[in-house]
Design a protein around this ligand. Structure first.
Ligand code: AMP
Length: 281
């Protein structure tokens, strides 16, 4: 597996491969890889001639400096996981490589960046857009793979690709979960044993909310989720919002015939966990 640290070299590798008729799949990550990331890489390997993953903890998308500082990093482990599954290359740039000067670009996402994650993590999606646009310039792939776990991020990236007219297809990939239902996340390893055990309540509550959606209205579903999460002394609900899965605007009437998605953020001590579930009506 090739390891690139510089934009010039990874860019040459990609453009040369494309000239030779190869298709390129790209999987951007912040490292501390788990089976969720690996499923994206496997899908890319299946669908492209060459797969490149990136490992870069992007400082501009952290609105909390302690979260950035404590973000788990283990490049040796990441490298060996990627190599073992047959990833062609990994791009692991330094912060100076990606941000030689301060990135002052401000993106306009017409409001889809100001609710849920955007509301609670000011500037987060602008930072995501900054790094993803830079990575897409460095690695002009045919297909880029993103997890539905970060549903709002996926919507932002689709919007970014559209507004910048980037010739790259965004592929949405399913959420990979632990056996007890907790969505895999790099942050899970920072949970204490007690918080880790309690965190399974998040997905259990989402599933129960979907089951109850036949008989409850939206307000009652919100109340149900609040009550269930508050049963745990170790978890604190930040938000639960049922939104239209295309526009991300809050669903007004749960019985409407629109595809809706319930998005949740929960604090487990000082670790923030997010998840989501589709509501089918
Ligand atoms: P991150 O390293 O957290 O920035 O995530 C890199 C990519 O992996 C993003 O597209 C995430 O949505 C995706 N991802 C993270 N966790 C999971 C998961 N449990 N299942 C599927 N994809 C995931």
């Amino acid at each position: 597996m090739k390891i690139f640290e510089h934009i010039n070299s990874v860019h040459s590798f990609v453009t040369e491969a494309k000239t030779n008729g190869k298709t390129i799949g790209f999987v951007p990550t912040m490292g501390a890889l788990h089976r969720g990331h690996i499923s994206l890489v496997e899908q890319s390997i299946h669908e492209n001639d060459i797969t490149i993953a990136s490992v870069f903890v992007n400082p501009t998308q952290f609105n909390n400096s302690s979260d950035l500082e404590k973000y788990p990093r283990d490049f040796e482990k990441d490298r060996s996981m990627l190599e073992n599954i047959g990833c062609s290359a990994v791009f692991t740039p330094s912060v100076v490589e990606m941000y030689p000067t301060v990135d002052k670009r401000v993106f306009d996402f017409s409001g889809i960046d100001s609710i849920m994650e955007g509301e609670h993590r000011p500037g987060h999606f602008n930072g995501v857009a900054q790094i993803v646009s830079k990575l897409f310039d460095a690695i002009p792939a045919n297909n880029a793979y993103f997890g539905i776990k970060d549903f709002q991020q996926l919507a932002i990236i689709k919007n970014l690709v559209q507004q910048l007219n980037l010739p790259i297809k965004i592929v949405a990939c399913d959420i990979i979960r632990e056996p007890d239902g907790l969505a895999m996340s790099s942050r899970n390893i920072r949970l204490s044993a007690e918080h880790r055990a309690e965190a399974s309540l998040i997905y259990k509550t989402l599933k129960a909310a979907v089951e109850k959606s036949q008989e409850l209205n939206k307000q009652q579903i919100n109340q149900f989720v609040e009550q269930e999460i508050s049963k745990s002394e170790l978890l604190k609900l930040e938000y639960f919002e049922i939104v239209n899965s295309s526009t991300l605007t809050p669903v007004v009437n749960i019985n409407d015939k629109e595809e809706a998605i319930g998005c949740i953020a929960v604090w487990a001590n000082n670790i923030r966990l997010i998840d989501n579930i589709i509501f089918n009506f």
